[in-house]
Design a protein around this ligand. Structure first.
Ligand SMILES: [Zn+2]
Length: 394
């Protein structure tokens, strides 16, 4: 935090100087402009006058004066502008001084080995596809030569196309998609299709009294099918018709017109469509980077402590960090099993194993407790064969 404050101080200084420069330069330029306007007026007048020679002489003199002043102002302004560069570069220096630029020490030793680069490129590429930046993704595929199957792009393209339409309040593509995937959406208890029709209905009534008939017709055609799951919501939608004439915005139903409805529908669509296509709602790359940024200060601190104690490798062979880092509620995705015998977190190579009595211990504990070909459960002393234990997946 101190680092941010220090950099912010420098940025504020630069902004202050920029504003002062801008104010001064626009004042000077405005002054010059009005002088020029004056001269122009005098020239026009001199052309109309009889005694044009004397006037022209004085105008020439004025012109020369104003030219000299313009040159002086421009030179001064450009010198001042040059001085701003040193203030800007001070911000860069403040960033270098206050932040750690080299994070290589906290990453896994072989992380950027050959072969892994392609995987990283693919993850980046999928992120761009997911964000709808098709051109960037295509360029990355071309430049890195990664093998990205054509059909990997299709779901992202379709989702982005629909989301773009939703953002400009066009429900049609989303409705068509929901209709096409109706059965699957129903199976995952999604109310997406109802919410889309609901919004289409609200859009109609929000346009005023002249569309009420159309709205009722729409409700009959599209909302009646949802009566069983959304009875209350449909009652609200029909109840609000009473207030359309006097203005829905001043009625108890005003919240139906809230612009949040459109933000919500985009979220519902993204969540339900991603679930249906087996994609995560958030970009895995964005999640990794955000989690990494949150964990970085703790890792840098622990690295310093470990260096003092001359421990060099932060990552041990079990791919566990030397310290537990709490990333907060948003980054908790699944349960972790800790072995009650060895008090270690399970890993891929040391997974949780279910014994036939129902107790679960880690594979390492199971191997340690096995004598001959027999294993005695440490909780209920049921004797069993270690090969009967089954791998548990969370
Ligand atoms: Zn047992």
């Amino acid at each position: 935090m101190d680092a941010c404050v220090a950099v912010e101080k420098e940025v504020d200084k630069v902004l202050c100087k920029f504003t002062a420069f801008q104010d001064r330069s626009s004042l000077l330029i405005r002054g010059l402009y009005s002088d020029l306007e004056n001269i122009k007026k005098q020239i026009d007048e001199s052309e109309a006058s009889d005694d044009c020679f004397t006037l022209r002489d004085s105008i020439n003199l004025l012109q020369n004066q104003i030219l000299a002043r313009t040159k002086e102002i421009i030179t001064n302004l450009s010198t001042e502008h040059r001085d701003l560069h040193s203030s800007v570069s001070k911000v860069g220096k403040a960033i270098d001084k206050n932040f750690t630029a080299d994070f290589a020490c906290v990453s896994h030793e072989n992380f950027f080995d050959e072969g892994k680069q392609d995987m990283i490129n693919e993850v980046i590429c999928r992120h761009y596809l997911r964000e709808g930046c098709l051109n960037v993704a295509e360029t990355l595929i071309k430049d890195t030569g990664i093998d990205m199957p054509e059909d990997a792009k299709v779901p992202f393209l379709e989702l982005n196309c629909i989301l773009t339409s939703l953002k400009v309040h066009d429900l049609e593509p989303a409705l068509e998609w929901a209709k096409k995937n109706r059965e699957k959406l129903r199976a995952q208890k999604s109310s997406l299709e109802f919410k889309l029709h609901r919004l289409a209905y609200i859009t109609l009534i929000s346009e005023g009294q002249h569309r009420i008939k159309e709205a009722i017709e729409y409700a009959r055609r599209h909302l009646t099918g949802f009566v069983h799951q959304h009875e209350k919501a449909i009652q609200t939608l029909l109840g609000c018709l009473l207030y359309v004439r006097s203005g829905l915005e001043n009625s108890p139903y005003a919240d139906l017109l809230s612009s949040c409805q459109w933000i919500e529908i985009c979220e519902v669509f993204t969540r339900d469509a991603c679930a249906l296509l087996g994609l995560s709602v958030e970009s895995p790359l964005a999640v990794c980077i955000n989690a990494g940024c949150t964990a970085l200060p703790v890792l840098l601190n622990i690295k310093q402590v470990m260096q003092q104690q001359q421990v060099h490798n932060m990552w041990n062979s079990k791919e566990e960090l030397p310290i537990e880092i709490d990333l907060g509620q948003n980054y908790r995705y699944h349960s972790i099993f800790a072995c009650p015998i060895l008090r270690q977190q399970s890993t891929e190579s040391n997974p949780p194993m279910r014994l036939i009595c129902g107790h679960i211990i880690s594979r390492d504990a199971l191997n340690k407790l096995t004598t001959g070909n027999k294993l005695k459960c440490p909780y209920c002393p049921v004797e069993q064969s270690p090969s009967d234990a089954t791998h548990i997946y969370f």
